[in-house]
Write a protein that binds this ligand. Structure first.
Ligand code: ADP
Ligand code: MG
Length: 316
């Protein structure tokens, strides 16, 4: 819902400008933010925050709903195909819009290839496993390759030029910049229909900027804020958010209870709680890969699917 709806509640163009500059670009963004956060917006007084909170109540549903209604809404969630039927099956149909999905795994396990494929499939019509929307791509590792997109678009019978045009890509150079890019992405999402936001990788810059035990608390605090912003965008724009993450070796003796995994994703509990679905990618021979559900609210853990990385993206 555009902020302009607030005019009817006595808010001026100047008020809306202050909100937009602080990254609150829709009525939903205001509704989902706490009063404490809104009070930090330059030019918005404490009284105005109270008035704002009152106004958005009537515009955004934020109370209880019956489970029947929730069920209906869940049936309307669009799911993006990964390009591999088995992979989609373990996800219960595909990558869910409105949700945060984490893809983690070792170097070359296929994380970035999964992102490339989704950047194309999200543009397909809904009947074909897409959401007919644009894509924003925040790239902290410099591994986005338009030529891969072209190949995958051809496979799905889409006009490659149009598909490229619909992907907005930005290199992220530091944690602060990566966070600023979210504000820019949000303003693009107000203007046009987006289906997917990719952050590849979400943690790389955190790892390089915050080193050592002493900085761990700061790192986790900032990462938590960043992930909350992603969730806010998923709620606000109904987009699927997909981010990649690295793994580290673990010496955890409890690992045997997790199927003998000797690697775990970084980011600790902060990351574990933020992601609605966590996917673990593992290398097999040649093009073969395995995707495993690590953590899902609706699918059993530890089910896996084989997929392949081909010249045309992720496939059976
Ligand atoms: P990461 O998990 O590190 O992001 P990637 O998604 O970049 O890994 O996957 C890298 C793998 O993708 C390479 O090992 C290679 O096997 C495969 N790959 C990359 N490009 C192609 C291509 N054009 N055709 C087939 N396989 C490819
Ligand atoms: Mg990668």
């Amino acid at each position: 819902t555009p902020l302009e709806h607030l005019h009817a509640h006595g808010f001026t163009d100047r008020d809306l400008k202050c909100l937009k500059e602080a990254g609150y670009t829709t009525v939903e963004a205001v509704a989902y933010a706490s009063s404490r956060l809104l009070q930090q917006v330059k030019g918005i007084s404490e009284q105005k925050v109270a008035k704002l909170k009152e106004a958005v109540k009537g515009l955004v549903h934020m109370g209880f709903s019956s489970a029947t209604e929730i069920n209906l809404m869940r049936q309307q969630i669009v799911k993006l195909t990964t390009g591999c039927a088995g992979f989609d099956a373990i996800l219960g149909g595909g990558i869910e819009t409105g949700m945060l999905t984490e893809v983690f795994g070792e170097f070359r396990s296929g994380k970035t290839q999964v992102c490339h494929t989704l950047a194309v499939t999200s543009q397909l019509p809904v009947e074909q496993g897409g959401a007919e929307g644009r894509v924003a791509w925040i790239d902290s590792e410099g591994t986005f390759r338009p030529e891969r997109i072209t190949k995958i678009a051809e496979r799905f019978g889409l006009d490659a030029e149009q598909v490229l045009e619909n992907i907005a890509h930005a290199r992220a150079y530091n944690v602060e910049h990566q966070t600023e890019l979210l504000v820019q992405a949000a303003s693009m999402m107000v203007e046009a229909r987006f289906a997917l936001l990719i952050v590849d990788s979400v943690t790389a810059l955190y790892r390089s900027e915050y080193q050592g035990r002493g900085q761990l608390a700061d790192r986790q605090g900032h990462l938590c804020q960043f992930l909350r912003k992603l969730q806010r965008m998923a709620d606000e724009f109904g987009i699927a958010v997909v981010y990649t993450n690295q793994v580290v070796a673990t010496v955890d003796p409890m690992a045997v209870f997790r199927g003998g995994e000797d690697k775990k994703p970084i980011g600790g509990h902060i990351m574990a709680h933020a992601s609605q679905t966590r996917l673990y990618l593992k290398k097999g021979k040649g093009q073969n890969r395995v995707a495993k559900i690590y953590d899902s609210p609706s699918m059993p853990d530890n089910i896996d699917a084989k997929f392949a990385i081909t010249e045309n993206g992720v496939s059976d």
